[in-house]
Design a protein around this ligand. Structure first.
Ligand SMILES: Cc1ncc(COP(=O)(O)O)c(C=O)c1O
Length: 378
């Protein structure tokens, strides 16, 4: 137990950072009673603003990141039996939509430093049935997009980027958003910018953009003319209202996330831990801060996490096991051969970087985490 000066308050919970601008904007939507994509112009306005921000010609707003990924896969023509290469180290929202399309996720390993899809393992797992590569910008660090795009071009595959954790992140000086065929974002409450629930697809491909718009709204192209099966994945005007305001603050929020990450790095750098960094050509937006314990502590990770929670540190484990270990994937045939993923899952501990965490609290989180982990390293 820590002395009171080093004690975090009980029941710490950090949410999004709003001010009167969001309250005003949402109130205005409620006053007008125009709540949908069809009755309000806000969804269009938000799509245009977000696409411009990431440097993409088109943005298609939807009601979650999962919906964005599902719409992207459907627009790319991924269907029954098609193989999609995807990292084994990610959130289910990346991979669930592949199953929804009756397609087959082929799990590939990750890079041991960035935790993003391994280009080598992706190349190794290509087959004649591969139709797409779905790369994830893990924890705000862009995947290695250039070689993945080359691989996709060479084998006539669609490259889809899951940037659900990477709004505003840069790869070789350029914001992600038009570096893959389709890029998908989430605006869930904990993301670097939020609309509560929400998502968007950005693309430079006009044909795919048009398909995404049709699929998001029931497959209907013109009133009463249903070209194909779609979904109701539309974003509402209340979400778009939040999005318009939050987007203006995104650069500041990303700097704040990076500042909190730097605080944790300063606190933990004396210990023998693998701390998150950035590839030389990358500007990460540190959606969270996931570090690795040394090998010899892998078996005690859950115990250490519990100790941190006892000290009120708002700690998580992203992610505790490879996705293929979940029962929903039981029908897939192994072996999956993802040793880096297995290793990272056994040693990872995740600290929050939310912009609503006060700097002094982040400093305390860093200090207490260091003290607790150091006890186990003796
Ligand atoms: C990597 C990744 N993919 C997909 C998703 C799904 O987004 P959503 O929760 O908005 O459906 C998330 C968000 O939690 C995510 O972090």
């Amino acid at each position: 137990m820590k002395s009171d000066s080093k004690r975090l308050p009980e029941g710490l919970r950090f949410g999004p950072l709003f001010d009167e601008a969001e309250v005003e904007m949402v109130s205005e939507v409620v006053r007008t009673g125009r709540l949908t994509q069809f009755s309000s112009d806000l969804v269009n306005e938000f799509e245009r603003a977000f696409a411009a921000y990431v440097g993409a010609p088109a943005g298609i707003a939807v009601n979650s990141g999962t919906a964005a990924l599902h719409t992207a896969l459907a627009a790319a023509g991924i269907g029954t039996g098609d193989e999609v290469i995807v990292p084994a180290f990610t959130f289910i929202g990346t991979v669930g939509p592949i199953l929804q399309q009756q397609a087959v996720p082929v799990f590939a390993d990750i890079d041991p430093q960035t935790f993003c899809l391994s280009v080598e393992d992706t190349a190794r797992k290509l087959t004649s049935k591969t139709k797409a590569i779905l790369a994830v910008d893990m924890f705000g660090h862009p995947a290695d997009l250039d070689p993945l795009r080359e691989l996709a071009a060479e084998h006539d595959l669609v490259l889809i980027e899951d940037a659900c954790q990477a709004h505003g992140a840069k790869y070789k000086g350029v914001r992600v958003g038009n570096l893959a065929d389709l890029t998908c974002y989430s605006f869930y409450e904990s993301k670097n910018m939020t609309t509560g629930e929400g998502g968007i697809i950005t693309t430079g491909n006009e044909r795919l953009a048009k398909l995404c718009r049709t699929i998001r709204h029931q497959g209907e192209e013109n009133w009463g003319i249903i070209k194909r099966l779609g979904f109701n994945y539309r974003m509402g005007a209340l979400q778009a209202a939040l999005g318009v305001v939050q987007l203006k603050k995104l650069d500041k929020f990303n700097e704040m996330r990076r500042e909190r990450a730097a605080i944790y790095t300063a606190a933990l750098s004396d210990l023998d831990l693998q701390l998150p960094g950035e590839s030389p050509d990358v500007w990460s937006v540190f959606h969270v801060y996931s570090f690795l314990l040394p090998n010899e502590l892998a078996g005690r990770r859950d115990e250490i996490v519990q100790r941190l929670r006892d000290e009120r540190v708002p700690v998580g484990v992203a992610y505790p096991r490879p996705l293929y270990a979940s029962p929903v994937f039981a029908s897939l045939e192994g072996p999956f051969d993802c040793p880096v993923t297995e290793d990272v899952c056994s040693r990872v501990i995740t600290l929050p970087t939310l912009q609503s965490i006060p700097v002094e609290t982040a400093e305390l989180i860093g200090e207490i985490t260091r003290d607790v982990v150091r006890e186990y390293m003796r």
